[in-house]
Design a binder for this molecule. Sequence first.
Ligand code: GAL
Length: 439
Amino acid sequence: MRRRTFTAACLGTTLALAGCGGSGDAKTGGPATSSSGPEQTAKSVPGGAGGDVGVFTWWAAGSEKAGLEALQKLFKEKYSKDTFVNLAVAGGAGSNAKAKLSTDLQNGNPPDSFQGHAGAELTDYIRKGQIVPVNDVFKTLGGESVFPKDLLDRLTVKGNIYSVPSNIHRANVVWTNLDVLKKAGVNGTPKDIDAWISDMKKVKSSGVSTPLGIGGSWTQVQLLETVLLSDLGTDGYSGLFTGDTKWDSDGVKKAVAHFKTLLTYANTASDGDDWPPATDMVIAGKAAYNVMGDWAVAEFTSKNKKDGKDYGYFPVPGTDGTFDFLADSFTLPKGAKNPAGAKDWLSLVGSAEGQKAFNMAKGSIPARTDVAPDDFPKYQQSAMKSFKDDKIASSIAHGAAVNQAWLSDITTAVSKFYGSKDGATLVKDLAAAAQKNAR
Ligand code: GAL
């Protein structure tokens, strides 16, 4: 059994967050010592509790919508008395949705369930008392025997489980256009960021003016996080959230310099640009590379592109052996109008059948450990293996490593840098953001 590094950013929080910096075995889902919450089990009523069940996500378009629809279809079959109400707000990574959700929660107008990232982001809602434990649903779903301990630790506070995970995504993936690379004479996988930049030069010389496809601010934050991971290594990167690695250290400065160079190979983007156009640049051969979470694989599939023939993928150079982790999960908000219906939704999301249907369409891997890999496409099978074998790092851009206030400051700093290209100021702003927000 391999011991894994799975540090997240819950350090120093006033809540007794179980599992911060913990380690365990994701394959077997060893006992989660922290989840000894209430012992009740969810009562299921045949056909469901009835009534409207308003579900809030940002899965409003393309392959993300397809994933939600797969769940919605199953929900209708299993809980025929319930009516699914789709409250999705478009914008990748919740770039628009989170602000709307925050207002609704503050105004006491919560949906029946909403999408939240496991880890630091979830703790925001817990700290504000906006969501309630779902121990009963979790227990009925099979609890610790079917969900990995490392993941549960990110959903658990003071022995209570606060959400049901739907999936696990990987953030440190480079998606490639194989034809473009072949024409540029690029072979093999670059071992680090410098080697990758050399390959970009070749692609540019072959006539592709923007070898790297990028989108708006959050996609750039994600790109930066993967470069930090590459240049600092997994432990150094994880130390950014524990205080062990300084945000103005030489390693961060090196990563910022790399980030700056990478952007010279990218298209021009505006802050609000979403991720599909950046991935589509690779699909259309207008870029060779796009760093994107593995929701991108569903975009390739939806455009009828074939794995290994049209497109390829590899971990961001220098991050092989590390899985840059994020997980979506669903909550039960305090004051939800239909909590029984919401529990039907949570039960579906956390079931093996729900996880298979959703993750096949979404590009992610099941959070449950008892869903067989065999039926999944090649990419997801490889991701399942990596999640099992690799070191785990927590994503900055997708709520695992930093809370929403910290992420917002990082995003502002990156957006400012995109305009100025002033690396020293970016390092200063990142250090200030950590100083202000780290708990
Ligand atoms: C992430 C989310 C993923 C995917 C992505 C792009 O934050 O966890 O499921 O939706 O944003 O929108």
